[in-house]
Design a protein around this ligand. Structure first.
Ligand code: COA
Ligand code: ZN
Length: 275
C-alpha cells in the first residue's frame, strides 16, 4: 500500500451500538462527556443514541436529551451527530428533537428483523417510506439505511445476497440520496465473503450517484480489521467502529463488540490511508 490511497471516514458508534450493549443505565451527563471526549479526539461523525422503544432498550431513553445538550455546544470544526431509528415513530421523534441525520435499521433476514424490530422486512420498508416522506420536509435531512445481518443471521445462517439486493433496490426507488450501511451484525462475516458481497453490490450500482456505502463490522471472531480492509479493497470508504470495541446488538445472540475504532485508525493510518 502507498500513501496515495483514498482516505476513509470513520463513524464512531460507541455512543449508540456501544452504549446499548451496557445493561446498567449510564447517566446522561456521562454519556454526554464521552461524546465530547470523542469529538475532542477528532471524530467527526458520531452515531449518538437511538429513538427506540424505552421498553426494548432502556439505555437509549435519554437520546433526545443528549442531542439537545450537544446541539448547544460549539465545535471548531463541523461534527455530524446521527441517531438510529427503527420505525416511523422513532423517525418522527428524532426529527421533532431536531435530529435530521438518521440511521434507519432493518435486517436482511426476516427472523432477525422480527426479533429486533418486531416487523416483517416489508413492514420495515413501509416504515422507511414514512420516514423519507417526513424527512423530505426537513432541511439537512440525511439518510443512512443500515442493513443488518447482510452476511449472516443468528437464526437463519448465511444471508442470500438477493435479500440484501432487494432492500437496496426498494430503497433506491424512493429517489433520495442514501448511504447504505452493510452490517455484519453477528461478526460472522469473513474477508472473502465481505469482499464478494461489498464488491458485487458496489459494482452493480456503479452508475448510481445517490449512494454512499459504509461497512459496519463486529469483532466476534477477531476478524473486524481484516473484514474492514477487505471492504476497503472492495471500494468501501466509510466505516463504523466503536471506541474500545464496545457494542453489540441485544437481539443477536452470540455477537460481540464492534470493531474498535482505535484499531481501525491505527491500521488505516499506518497503511497510508488517512482517516
Ligand atoms: N420510540 C419510542 N417509543 C416507541 C417507538 C420508538 N421508536 N416505537 C414504538 N414506540 C412505542 C409505541 O408508542 C407504543 O407505546 P404504548 O405501549 O405506550 O402505546 C409501544 O412502543 C409499542 O409500539 P409498537 O409499534 O407496537 O412497537 P413494538 O412493541 O412492536 O416494538 C420497536 C417495535 C421497533 C419500537 C422496538 O422493537 C424497538 O425499539 N426495538 C429496538 C431495536 C434496536 O434498537 N435494536 C438494536 C439496534 S440495531
Ligand atoms: Zn452493530
Amino acid at each position: 500500500m502507498n500513501a496515495q490511497q483514498d482516505p476513509v471516514e470513520i463513524v464512531e458508534v460507541a455512543p449508540r451500538d456501544g452504549f446499548q450493549a451496557v445493561e446498567q443505565f449510564i447517566p446522561t451527563h456521562i454519556k454526554i462527556s464521552v461524546v465530547e471526549a470523542l469529538i475532542k479526539a477528532k471524530y467527526r461523525r458520531l452515531e449518538v443514541g437511538a429513538f427506540v422503544s424505552p421498553k426494548a432498550i432502556p439505555q437509549m431513553a435519554d437520546t433526545a436529551k443528549i442531542h439537545a445538550v450537544l446541539a448547544t455546544k460549539d465545535s471548531s470544526s463541523p461534527v455530524r451527530l446521527s441517531a438510529l431509528v427503527p420505525n416511523a415513530i422513532g423517525g418522527q421523534k428524532a426529527l421533532d428533537a431536531g435530529v435530521s441525520d438518521l440511521v434507519f435499521v432493518l435486517s436482511a433476514s426476516e427472523s432477525h428483523n422480527h426479533s429486533n424490530v418486531r416487523r416483517t422486512v416489508a413492514e420495515s420498508q413501509g416504515e422507511l417510506e414514512k420516514i423519507v416522506a417526513a424527512g423530505r420536509q426537513v432541511d439537512g435531512f440525511q439518510l443512512r439505511v443500515n442493513i443488518a445481518t447482510v452476511f449472516d443471521c443468528p437464526y437463519e445462517g448465511r444471508t442470500p445476497e438477493k435479500a440484501v439486493l432487494d432492500i437496496i433496490e426498494h430503497t433506491l426507488e424512493m429517489d433520495i440520496p442514501v448511504e447504505f450501511g452493510l452490517c455484519d451484525t453477528t461478526g460472522r462475516g469473513f474477508p472473502d465473503h465481505v469482499a464478494a458481497l461489498c464488491g458485487g453490490l458496489i459494482d452493480q450500482h456503479k452508475s448510481e450517484t445517490m449512494i454512499g456505502w459504509a461497512f459496519h463490522g463486529h469483532d466476534t471472531y477477531g476478524l473486524g480489521i481484516a473484514n474492514a480492509l477487505s471492504a476497503y479493497n472492495a471500494g468501501i470508504r466509510i466505516f463504523d467502529a466503536a471506541a474500545a470495541g464496545l457494542g453489540g446488538c441485544p437481539f443477536a445472540p452470540g455477537a460481540s463488540g464492534n470493531t474498535a475504532s482505535e484499531d481501525l485508525v491505527f491500521t488505516f493510518e499506518n497503511m497510508g490511508i488517512s482517516t
